[in-house]
Design a protein around this ligand. Structure first.
Ligand SMILES: *[C@@H]1O[C@H](CO)[C@@H](O)[C@H](O)[C@H]1NC(C)=O
Length: 285
């Protein structure tokens, strides 16, 4: 990814260069926001953990806001019987019409697969779930989960393999998250009313505390947020729709969607009596 031009309404053409905040220190980049000592930073800022017990879950939030860029984090999820637990890792702005880009890891009983749940909210509206099984056990090692957020598309990646692309479909009337800066959040909480087999399997509190680990956070931003108070209307030539993924990326995406996808809102017409959302048929891969 090189430099990248954005045309900003009412301002001038702003040429942004990549501002790499290549950081490996959780103390500098995050605040522990929930759960008291259940959220911890250790190893001199190299490692962070969240835990959940019967009293509370826990969470953290980035100090900075981001507006377009690539966010990478390595996670090692709750091992053993994690049924009923959800580890959420997401970008979000604030307020009733907030935007949000979500990864949520739905736990399971020992030996049964986690589900990776994804969603995209724009202007307060979500209902764009896609869910996947993973092709590895996410509890034995760290794996990298990434979000690439650009004005024309959002890409979700697991170990650098694209699993989902949400394209900007404003041309067919679908709002796209591109006007509100977002922070990075993560939390581990109890969601046994829906997480595992739709709520059938409950959290086994005799296994608490449940713990997830984080390391190697990296944010590569396209610009500081303050430069973008106006609406970004277009990317200049050269990073159009066709270049979202290269041929290899498209093949990997098809592989994931064919063998690992559990649920896709676009294939669930009974949820949408008014018709399948417009973005579903807009520029499919
Ligand atoms: C848990 O395991 C069951 C049985 O294999 C499976 O149907 C389900 O999709 C798995 N994941 C979750 C989060 O329920």
């Amino acid at each position: 990814m090189g430099g990248f031009n954005l045309l900003v309404v009412g301002v001038v053409v702003v040429v942004t260069t990549m501002v790499g905040t290549c950081s490996a220190n959780f103390y500098d980049d995050f605040d522990l926001t929930w759960g008291e000592n259940r959220a911890k930073i250790f190893n001199g800022g190299q490692l962070l953990s969240l835990s959940l017990d019967k009293v509370s879950g826990s969470g953290f939030r980035s100090k900075k806001e981001y507006m377009f860029g690539r966010i990478d984090m390595q996670l090692k999820l709750v091992s053993g019987n994690s049924a009923g637990t959800v580890t959420a890792y997401y970008l979000s702005s604030e307020g009733a019409t907030h935007d949000e880009i979500d990864f949520e890891f739905l736990g399971n009983v020992s030996g049964e697969p986690y589900i990776l749940h994804t969603n995209v909210f724009s202007q307060g509206k979500g209902n764009r779930e896609q869910q996947f099984y993973l092709w590895f056990d996410p509890t034995t090692n760290f794996h990298t989960y990434s979000i690439i957020w650009k004005p024309h598309h959002i890409t979700f990646l697991v170990d650098n393999i694209p699993i989902r692309v949400f394209k900007n479909a404003e041309s067919v009337g679908v709002p796209f998250p591109k006007n509100q800066p977002m922070r990075i959040y993560s939390s581990l909480w109890n969601a046994d009313d829906w997480a595992t087999r739709g709520g059938l399997v409950k959290t086994d509190w005799s296994k608490a505390p449940f713990t997830a680990y984080y390391r190697n956070f990296k944010a590569t931003a396209f610009s500081a947020t303050s430069a973008f108070s106006n609406v970004v209307t277009s990317e200049i030539q050269g990073s159009g729709e066709d270049s979202v993924l290269d041929a290899y990326g498209r093949r990997r995406l098809r592989w994931v969607q064919k063998y690992f996808m559990v649920y896709n809102y676009c294939n669930d017409p009974k949820r949408f009596p008014q018709g399948i959302p417009a973005e579903c048929s807009h520029g499919r891969f």
